[in-house]
Every structure is written in C-alpha cells, then in structure tokens.
Design a protein around this ligand. Structure first.
Ligand code: GLV
Length: 428
C-alpha cells in the first residue's frame, strides 16, 4: 500500500486537471500530518462542505418564512444576470410597479431593499430621523420594541406608547402622545406577528398630518393578507418583507416613501448613519431620482429580485382583494377548528385578528415547547411560540400566501390535535 504522503502528491498532480480531484486531495491532506503534505493553508477543508446539500421538506405553518410556490422557486433559479444590466433594470421596474399595486400607492419613491424586513425598518428610521429628533413608537408586541431600539441607537429621542402584548391603541391615545412629544415620526405595526394582531389604521394618518409628524407602518406580516391602502390611509412610509404572504424567499423588503417623507429625508442636515441604507443612493440605484444614469451602489440580490418579481406577479394575477378575502376565509376556518379542539384564541376580538398569523393561548398544563417539538418530529410541521414579550404566552400558526388553504388548515389542526393527545399534561 502506498504511504498517504505519496498518494497525496499523486492526487495533487491530478488536481491541476480537475477541481474534484483537488477536493479529494484536501481530504487526503487532512488525513495526513501537516508536515507530510506542505500547504499554505492552516484551516483544513471542512468535512461538511464535501457532503451534498441537504434540505428537508417542512410545512412552514409558523409566522414565516412560509412555503414558496414552485413558480417563485423556479424564478429564483433562473440564470444570474448582471445587477446593472438593462434586463435587470426592467425587472426592478416591474418590482416597483408590483409593490405600488400591493401597497396601493402611486409613490415614485418605491423600491425593494436588499435584506429582510429589518433592513427596511432601519432604512425608514435612519433616513427620516436625525440624531436628537423626537420619535414616538407604539409597542404592543416585538416590532415596536425593535424600532425603539433602532431609533435609540441612532441617537433619536425615543418616546413609547406601551400596551401589554396584544393590546391596541385608540386614535385618542395616539393623538394625546403625539401632541405631547411632537415627534417627527410615529411608528405602528399593522401586522404585529408576535401577538397576531392587525392594528386599525384609519384616522392615524390625519392625526400625524395635524402635528406635522410622519406615519411609519410595518406591514411585514400583513401585506397581501389584511386590507391596507397606503395612499388612502395617509401612510407616509410603508414597508413589508418578502417571506410572509408575499411568498418569496426571505431577503428582500419592499418599501415606499410618499412626497412628505421625501421632503424630510432629502432635506436633512446630517447624513444617515448607514451608507448601505442611504436613500439618496438607493433612489438612484432604483431609478427613482430622475437622473439619466443608474449608478453602482451595492450589488443587489439578483435571484432574490427574480423571486420577488414573480411573487408580486402572482399577487397581481390573483388580485389584492381576492388575496385579502382568501386569507380571511381560511383564517376563520382555522379559528373555528382551533375552538373545536378546545383551544382559546389569544386575540378575542375577531376584527383585530391578523388573518395571516393566528395566536393561540398556550393550553393549560402543556409545555408549549413540547407541543412544537412533537409537531416538528411527527408532522415535519413548524409552528412557533411567542416572540419578544409574547414568549410563553402563545403558539403561532401562520397560513399565508401559497400555504393559505383550508386543506393546510386541516393539516395544521390535525397536527395540533395529535400533539395535544400525545404530549404530557403537567400539573399546574
Ligand atoms: C417574525 O417575523 C416572526 O413574527 O416570528
């Protein structure tokens, strides 16, 4: 038998011909002592990288990401083109049109961020607010907490309007705080996915205008599932994420700014703290600044934009109102099934429930983690516990976009019934 060191030299020679052989050499070199196989590398090739990629099939019935349709997956698998090619600009233009439809806005300053919903959240705060300015954030779940933290980090004066998880704010309460703190920005989560609440929006835009404050709304969990009309409801800045009812893979985040918001963000005294999220650059990159040339700013996620374009096309073909109706009907079917199982819904008022993410009060005596683990193990199904302030209070079931059907609601109900039967009930 040849010593390992000579084997290694032999394979090295072949490696010049073929990359597979190089990987083979790496394996053998890893096995040989470093002195017998001189190399400039001190980190050996990781064994995991020499195995094929494995991704299980999961029923993603939590708050997102959700399962993605084969059409959207196929769009993401199309050949890469340059992010500054004219065809890519066309696709980005399509995305802007699709987002305007989904948001119900005619805003010119409409685009998609390269990144998740958090990127859009930071983009909104960083571009609108200057250090020392006052911001009012409503907190009734996790997303307000995040915005407050982001605004605090960039040096804003943060005021909060807080309710226990799942609570909501009346317009009177909001007006009282806005008139007191005179913020430049007021934040509200329309779809508070950590508690399963769809917050009413009507009238808040008028209050914000009265006090010369901009109205920022998070619709990551609600867009396409629960009615929202950016222009009519006088929302100044609206953002969402790709991975919920829109049903694209995570990693892109539509956002839109109206004229009032543009006035504020393009007449700042200081530069936004983030170069990547600076809207002066992004507006050019997306062809929104009226300049003849679109310049390099960063390299956008080409495949992610293909997938987002296609998910917006699916929403357009289906029709926004049909999508809202479908989410509501499936949610009502699910709510009834959950109550038939003896479970209690966390948001009592049906009109305040988010159709895309339903929250169930953790059933008495059960350990919520055991229920979730059971469903993952026996049904390959993801549901989730609470997030932020709702941890330990709820289990969250999401049926959105491609997953939004009574068939899937039945699957979710069957998995829950099975988990309730087989998981141990602990004494209180
Ligand atoms: C994330 O968006 C979540 O609601 O868990």
């Amino acid at each position: 038998m040849l010593p390992l060191s000579s084997l290694c030299r032999g394979v090295r020679f072949m490696a010049q011909q073929h990359v597979v052989a190089l990987e083979c050499c790496s394996v053998l070199c890893t096995r040989a002592s470093s002195s017998s196989c001189p190399s400039s590398l001190h980190v050996p090739p990781p064994a995991c990288m020499l195995r094929p990629l494995e991704v299980p099939y999961r029923y993603l019935f939590g708050p997102g990401p959700s399962n993605v349709s084969p059409r959207v997956l196929a769009a993401g698998g199309r050949p890469i083109i340059g992010h500054l090619h004219p065809e890519m600009y066309e696709i980005m233009n399509d995305i802007k049109e699709g987002v305007r439809y989904a948001f119900q806005t005619t805003n010119l300053m409409t685009l998609a961020m390269s990144g998740s919903g958090h990127t859009a959240m930071e983009c909104a705060v960083f571009n609108i607010v200057e250090p020392g300015e006052s911001v009012l954030v409503s907190i009734n779940g996790v997303w307000g907490e995040r915005v407050a933290e982001i605004a605090d980090r960039m040096g804003a004066k943060v005021h909060t309007l807080v309710k226990s998880p799942g609570g909501y704010f009346t317009n009177e309460e909001i007006e009282k705080e806005i008139s007191k703190h005179k913020p430049v920005l007021f934040f509200l989560a329309h779809g508070e996915s950590s508690v399963g609440l769809a917050h009413p929006v009507d009238g808040i835009g008028d209050i914000c205008r009265k006090y010369n404050c901009l109205f920022l709304v998070d619709s990551v969990a609600s867009l396409g599932a629960s009615p929202l009309l950016m222009d009519k409801q006088k929302i100044d800045i609206l953002y969402t994420g790709s991975q919920k009812a829109l049903n694209a893979p995570p990693g892109t985040a539509p956002i839109s700014f109206n004229e009032r918001a543009c006035q504020k963000m393009f007449n700042r005294k200081t530069k936004p703290v983030s170069y990547l999220l600076d809207m002066t650059h992004l507006s050019n990159y997306w062809g929104n600044d009226g300049k003849p040339a679109r310049m390099y700013h960063h390299t956008g996620p080409v495949s992610g934009f293909f997938a987002l374009r296609e998910s917006l096309a699916i929403l357009t073909e289906k029709g926004l109102e049909n999508s809202w109706r479908q989410h509501r009907e499936v949610a009502e079917y699910l709510w009834k099934g959950l109550e038939d199982l003896g479970l209690k819904l966390f948001i009592k008022d049906k009109d305040l429930r988010l159709p895309s993410v339903t929250t169930i009060t953790i059933p008495g005596g059960y350990n919520w983690k055991e229920l979730l683990t059971y469903m993952m193990k026996h049904h390959q199904m993801e549901m989730m516990g609470g997030l932020g302030p709702s941890i330990g209070m709820v289990i969250r079931v999401g049926l959105m976009g491609y997953n939004c059907s009574t068939y899937n609601a039945d699957k979710a109900l069957a998995a829950l019934a099975d988990a309730l039967k087989h998981c141990k009930k602990h004494k209180a």
